[in-house]
Design a protein around this ligand. Sequence first.
Ligand code: ZN
Ligand code: ZN
Length: 327
Amino acid sequence: MQTVIGRYEERDLPVPRAASGEVVLRIRAALTCGTDLKLLARGHPKIALPVTMGHEACGEIVEVGEGVAGFRVGERVVPGVSGPCGVCADCRAGRENLCADGHADRMWGTFAEFVRVPAGVVKANLHRVPEDLSDTVAAFLDPLASVLHGWNRLTHRGTRFLIYGSGALALLWTLVVRGRGAHATVAGRRPDRLRLAASLGADALDVAGGAPGRFEADVAIDCTGETQIWARLPDLVRPGGQVLLFGGCAPGASVAYDATRLHYSEISLLGSFHSTPREAREALEALASGLVDPRPLIAETGRLSDLPRFLEAQQKGRGLRYAITSE
Ligand SMILES: [Zn+2]
Ligand SMILES: [Zn+2]
């Protein structure tokens, strides 16, 4: 069958089998994510099509491959997306998020009844779910881990955070910043999202008319992936402030900065990508302890058959996250 970017359909596929080092999960809860929509809209340089979409999920182990230690059938787990090798220079330096091998066989395909977890993920980044943590909340492990990675990238945090953007990740940032006792301002264009941000304890800043001229944050976090926002953020932190470039821009994008401002006001620009297995464990602990409660971000819960409707709604900007559960 011909593969066309932008088109998806339901197909009957054979149940995957666990090769050596792998496990197979029966999906209990899967979340929609903007990355799935991007993949659908423009394909992905590293993902061959056709592909089963979905990558944020909680499942139950139904098959354990040869040589897998530490996991057994019946356990509830959440996989991280990558499986860092543990031996390259980046891994040894604690930057497993940058491990090139870790992204070679990524965890993908959770909009299905069953999914194969690659050996690298089983070995380094598969997490047992505490008993009283729900499937749907546990499925937030990957996006929350990336937020905690961003948090860990900051070298001094101060007390005032400007979170630019009002999507799901921006609101997860809000929960983390508020949970750690700092002040959060969420800059967004949509009144419904800003209201949600306010209900999570943030100050809402309406930027429908453009970014403010000045803002005195200690840390500004981009959650938009828009180059014109990246360019403006150094003006929105105080001298000595940090700008965290968290939302990925389109491939090939470039940004020009006011060099004088960066130099004389000592503004730091920090990239932030993905997360490490340690941060995935931190995320699971934060979800289990209730320190981060992402449930207000879920627009609706349904079955796999609801996925087309959910993706369409999310594409139109209605709802931040949709959850698909098996029971
Ligand atoms: Zn995601
Ligand atoms: Zn590595």
